[in-house]
Design a protein around this ligand. Structure first.
Ligand SMILES: NC(=O)c1ccc[n+]([C@@H]2O[C@H](COP(=O)([O-])OP(=O)(O)OC[C@H]3O[C@@H](n4cnc5c(N)ncnc54)[C@H](OP(=O)(O)O)[C@@H]3O)[C@@H](O)[C@H]2O)c1
Length: 434
């Protein structure tokens, strides 16, 4: 392949990330050219609204609202998709690759649902598809999983990969805020969208976990395989009680290789205060990987934001640009094993924290212990937290030994039907580190 002195970029999207990418490509053009070994120039930018003011203003002639101006432009070597959403982004990526263009994308939804198919097409067409920014913004994690950690058998992956929920949980923990107040705070700071469901219900984290697990375990994991629970039912009291017991509460994304299959789940969890993930606060993200050779490694940093995400996108652009400039043509590949069975959540064995509101009268604990005991759930400790004499109610927190999820689900239903149980406040899984 011939060497090249100028490489053309077609940018799709000029929002939070696209503006950052355009700014860095234009303002740091000398540094970029030095690192790429060729000049890297934007040939066109796709937007919806041509007259909207931009965080970084670009020459007007670069803007277009017609995707064909980017995909069909022979001067565009690398299409950078930072539009978001499944369609038409997926269609544009497929078309670009089909026409022999390299692609960089930050799109977790597209990669979680269609990543293996797009990578297969890229391999067939002899082009690269890179997607470092699709998980955890500025934190390098896709690259390390695909290269530096590749010789490992990865046994487990535990991560905080949604900055919005981590900000809300940090507020609830440090400032004793209720969920709705912490959410409003996150929205006021621009960390949560007006419709926050994707974040607070754990869906965004499930997409990212699907991408990470596919790479870590070399098997196809779909977002729909991930058991997903959000943070909306946590009460501010849970944070106080958890702290007294030596834990913080985090929305964890967990993937673990077990004998009979793979566990992939996103849910709130009690995390021992001394482990690194318990100390990841605010909008920060962290991913902990356990490999048979590397041992435990933790990647920590800013999981979103214009410049951190631009850092990841530009890293991918530079990798492709260097290859084009030096005339080598590596393709993207994802060599997957046969599908590994995904274990249902009911087969999980873990410890639990339960907060119950019960009648304040003799014999209550015996009734609760009988329900749990009959289902082979053994109690590690019971603490009475608060009593309300006016309504003769007490709040108790139960910590269990390792129990089966299916039994715990049954126990919750049975406890709810007892007259002495006014309310099952929270049931939170406890994640232990050995
Ligand atoms: N924001 C972050 O911190 C972050 C972090 C990691 C990954 N990401 C990912 O990066 C991608 C972009 O996120 P963002 O926050 O930059 O989004 P954004 O601010 O909403 O910007 C989206 C841009 O794409 C354009 N666009 C959207 N749909 C279009 C269509 N159908 N035709 C033409 N143009 C279209 C919009 O044009 P108009 O401006 O004209 O409306 C806008 O410029 C998403 O996949 C996101 O998940 C974002």
């Amino acid at each position: 392949m011939t060497q090249r002195s100028e490489i053309g970029i077609g940018l799709m999207g000029m929002g939070v990330v696209g503006s950052g990418v355009a700014r860095v490509l234009m303002q740091k053009s000398r540094h970029i050219a030095q690192q790429a070994g060729a000049s890297v120039a934007i040939q066109g930018i796709l937007v919806r609204n041509l007259s909207k003011p931009r965080a970084f203003e670009v020459p007007r002639h670069l803007l277009t609202s017609n995707a064909e101006d980017i995909i069909g432009n022979p001067a565009v070597d690398i299409v950078v998709e930072v539009m978001g959403g499944e369609e038409p982004a997926l269609d544009y990526i497929f078309k670009s690759i089909s026409l022999g263009k390299h692609v960089v994308t930050a799109n977790k939804q597209v990669m979680a649902k269609h990543g293996p198919d797009i990578l297969t097409l890229a391999r067939k067409k002899g082009v690269q598809l890179l997607f470092e920014a699709s998980v955890a913004g500025g934190i390098p994690i896709i690259g390390p999983l695909g290269k530096d950690l590749l010789a490992n058998d990865i046994t487990a992956l535990r991560a905080i990969i949604n900055g919005t929920t981590n900000y809300i949980l940090t507020e609830m923990s440090l400032n004793h805020s209720d969920f709705s107040i912490a959410l409003k705070e996150a929205q006021a700071h621009g960390y949560a969208e007006a419709d926050p469901r994707n974040d607070v219900e754990g869906i965004d984290a499930a997409y990212k976990l699907a991408i990470l697990s596919t790479l870590a375990f070399h098997t196809r994991v779909r977002a729909s395989d991930v058991h997903c629970e959000g943070i909306t039912s946590l009460g501010s009291k849970d944070f106080r009680y958890a702290r007294e017991l030596g834990y913080n509460i985090k929305l964890l994304a967990i993937a673990r290789q077990e004998k009979k299959g793979l566990q992939v789940r996103v849910h709130p969890a009690l995390v021992p205060q001394q482990v690194l993930l318990a100390k990841v606060d605010g909008v920060f993200n962290a991913i902990e990987i356990e490999g048979d050779l590397s041992g435990r490694v933790v990647f920590h940093g800013q999981g979103a934001g214009s410049l951190p995400t631009t850092s990841a996108v530009l890293g991918d652009i530079l990798e492709i640009a260097r290859n084009i400039a030096s005339g080598i043509s590596p393709t993207s590949s994802l060599l997957l094993r046969e599908d590994i069975a995904i274990k249902p959540i009911t087969e999980l064995n873990t410890k639990y924290y339960m907060r119950l509101n019960v009648a304040d009268m003799p014999g209550v604990l015996a009734q609760i212990a009988r329900v749990l005991g009959d289902l082979k759930i053994s109690i590690a400790s019971v603490i009475q937290k608060e009593t309300d004499e006016k309504v003769q109610a007490a709040e108790i927190v139960i910590m269990t030994h390792t129990s089966r999820e299916a039994s715990m689900q049954q126990a919750i239903q049975q406890l709810k039907s007892l007259d002495i149980v006014r309310n099952v406040g929270s049931v939170i899984r406890v994640e232990e580190w050995s």
